[in-house]
Design a protein around this ligand. Structure first.
Ligand SMILES: [Zn+2]
Length: 248
């Protein structure tokens, strides 16, 4: 239903400044105008359009100063709005329907012993999956900036789930190459619901772990490392997910 018009009329600037007032670290990204990325470079992957930062050192230069943010959007009113997750005090679970994210996310919630609490949530671009239009999801959870978290759950066989912490996400009303705008789920915008703290079960599943015995220090792994859910059974413990080979 939505289209890029949602981002017309100075709404990107307005949004960016509001997020900055919430203490979120904002970084301007190239926008999408007339179906093209405003960087004017060709993109072999359409998904990269309107999604890359305009600042060379975006993670150090991202700002929650409303005046700085206002200047950036005066310079480029069509810039998409990026938010540096870690710097803003949260992580984002990015569920991508193109690679089986929704089913993997359901499985992941079972693994961490139950549904994640309601929190700030957005829908992203729309994709045609077997004839159905499906939107991606972003779920926001408060999280300490010092946490060392995995970037995805691929090694656990859970494809299509990315964890954005030491990274950024785009927020409403930024334009997505699919023709949609990033949108807050009704009732779950940051001005409608308080962002939930990341539950310990979630953090525990996402934390990188040092594998001191086998390999040297500095080689990070996780409890999921090397585990393929397809050929292993699993049981849940309140805090630790324990894996065991299916004996049957
Ligand atoms: Zn571009």
């Amino acid at each position: 239903m939505s289209d890029w018009e949602e981002a017309e009329g100075g709404r990107l600037a307005e949004g960016a400044v509001w997020y900055a007032t919430q203490g979120w670290k904002i970084l301007p990204c190239y926008g999408i105008v007339g179906g093209k990325c405003t960087c004017n470079e060709p993109h072999s992957e359409p998904k990269d359009m309107g999604k890359h930062p305009k600042l060379p050192k975006w993670n150090t230069d991202a700002s929650s100063d409303p005046d700085q943010v206002r200047i950036w959007w005066e310079e480029d009113p069509n810039a998409n709005i990026g938010v540096y997750c870690k710097g803003s005090g949260f992580l984002v679970i990015d569920v991508d329907p193109r690679s089986g994210g929704p089913a993997a996310f359901e499985k992941f919630e079972e693994l961490i012993d139950g549904a994640l609490p309601p929190t700030v949530e957005a829908i992203t671009g729309s994709y045609n999956i077997n004839g159905n239009l499906v939107r991606g999801r972003h779920l926001y959870y408060k999280c300490d900036p010092d946490e060392q978290l995995l970037g995805n759950l691929n090694k656990a066989g859970l494809k299509g789930i990315d964890i954005k912490h030491n990274g950024y996400v785009l927020v409403n009303p930024s334009r997505h190459f699919s023709g949609e705008c990033y949108q807050w789920v009704p009732g779950k915008a940051p001005y409608e619901i308080e962002m939930a703290e990341a539950p310990e079960e979630l953090l525990n599943a996402l934390r990188k772990r040092s594998r001191k015995s086998a390999v040297g220090e500095g080689d990070w792994t996780s409890i999921f490392d090397g585990v393929e859910f397809s050929d292993l059974g699993f049981i849940n413990h309140p805090l630790i997910v324990v894996f065991f080979a299916d004996a049957s």
